[in-house]
Design a protein around this ligand. Structure first.
Ligand code: HEM
Length: 400
């Protein structure tokens, strides 16, 4: 990538590649260095400005007039062009209109109707795994609920469901730079594009589902039909890998910090807070971009108009200026204001669903598992999502 901006001499710059395998495996020391270097650090390799302190991440996310999503949230421009028309890549007032299209499916009441079925599914899944004693907490636990709940929620036909994980992972790779990893995902992205195109063309979504809500909006003239694929992508893209990552990260952390699991087990009311703490400490989405609409200043550093700014949620969530002992996993920490689900108008639209799934699994586990023993783990390498490909655990059932 060519460097097109020359930052003023006083602005810290770095040639680190946040998207290399090594940085994806172990990003936290670099995040600390970025935070310590200043409110904004220029990433030479990507001609992008990284914001990593909590205070400034919130400032940027709040000021949608200056830090626009309309030019896309990816590091690379070709994929930004593919994001045009999504809620994610829009600014108010258009953003608010788009977000409103399917808001009805995501209200606490609408989600509440699904809760009992999700909890029942979690119970059955967890009972079976605990009876076996050893299992893979990614492939056999974390993936199972999202892969059944999300496609039903969006209203997808059975055909194509087996490709959803590959497609979702390609979407998140493409939100990084167009490195080799992202390029390898291009065929999957093309398939996803034609899958969504077919859904819209043939209207093959379940009546009453979120996808049906998108198509109805077009039929009623509230959005052009041509915008339906983008709105489907909004929900198909981020609903799986994020939740799977968070559930996997939870089991990994509880197997390493067994005393934290003891607390949850003894007081399951801690589960919602514990899940927030997981999302803070091992933030599933590392960072998304914004583009500056005018010259502006972040923490006293001036940035010109038309610049790309990388907002590092994962770094802000470990900022020692905000959090006491940020590296410590503490399920009792006051953690409600982490930015793992974003902040401001683009704050995660699907977090209610993600929370229902994760809370249900943790509740079922808390009723059955005395402790987790980590047998081995393997990291998944994705440009944006921090996750494991595999976490093998042995569980000790309560009362064993
Ligand atoms: C643990 C799970 C999840 C995490 C950590 C997560 C994280 C995020 C983050 C950080 C953003 C902010 C994007 C920005 O600032 O530009 C976001 C937005 C979004 N998320 Fe999630 N997400 C999760 C689950 C889901 C699920 C299950 C769905 C769908 C059902 C979903 C749908 C969306 C949508 C549509 C947006 C865009 C909202 C907008 O632009 O107004 N997410 N998510």
């Amino acid at each position: 990538m060519t460097r097109s901006t020359v930052p003023p001499a006083e602005v810290p710059t770095t040639d680190v590649d946040l998207y290399s395998d090594d940085q994806i495996r172990e990003p936290y020391e670099t995040y600390r260095a970025l935070r310590d270097a200043g409110p904004v650090v220029y990433l030479e390799k990507y001609d992008t400005w990284a914001v990593s302190r909590y205070e400034h991440v919130r400032e940027v996310l709040k000021d949608t007039d200056t830090f626009s999503s309309a030019g896309g949230v990816s590091v690379n421009e070709p994929f930004n062009r593919q994001l045009v028309g999504t809620t994610l890549a829009s600014d108010p007032p258009e953003h608010d209109k788009l977000r409103g299209i399917v808001a009805g499916s995501l209200t606490p009441r609408a989600l509440g109707d699904r809760r009992a079925a999700i909890e029942e599914q979690a119970e059955q899944l967890v009972a079976g795994l605990v009876a076996r004693g050893e299992f893979d907490a990614v492939t056999e636990l974390a993936r199972v609920l999202p892969l059944s709940v999300v496609p039903d929620f969006i209203g997808l036909p059975q055909d194509g469901r087996d490709r959803l994980l590959d497609w979702a992972s390609a979407v998140f790779d493409a939100i990084g730079p167009m490195n080799e990893r992202a390029q390898r995902g291009l065929p999957a992205l093309a398939q996803l594009g034609s899958y969504i195109g077919d859904l819209v063309e043939h209207g093959t979504v379940t009546p009453g589902s979120l996808g049906d809500g998108v198509l109805s909006a077009a039929r009623e003239g509230r959005i052009p039909t041509g915008q339906c694929p983008a709105l489907m992508l909004d929900y198909l893209g981020p609903a799986l890998d994020t939740t799977i990552s968070a559930i996997g990260n939870a089991i990994y952390l509880f197997s390493r910090y067994t005393e934290q699991w003891d607390k949850v087990r003894e007081d399951p009311k801690l589960i919602p807070n514990a899940f927030n703490e997981v999302v803070r400490l091992e933030t599933p989405i590392r960072g998304f971009c914004r583009h500056t609409t005018k010259e502006t200043s972040i923490g006293g550093t001036t940035i010109g108009a038309g610049q790309k700014v990388l907002v590092l949620y994962a770094a802000a969530n470990r900022d020692e200026r905000k959090w006491q002992d940020p590296e410590t996993f503490d399920v009792t920490r006051r953690v409600g204001d982490h930015v793992g689900f974003g902040f401001g108008v683009h704050g995660c639209a699907g977090q209610g669903l993600a929370r229902i799934e994760a809370h249900a699994l943790l509740k079922s586990l808390a009723a059955r598992v005395a402790s987790f023993e980590l047998l081995g783990s393997e990291r998944a390498l994705n440009n944006v999502i921090r996750a494991f490909a595999s976490i093998r655990v042995r569980v000790t059932p309560i009362g064993a």
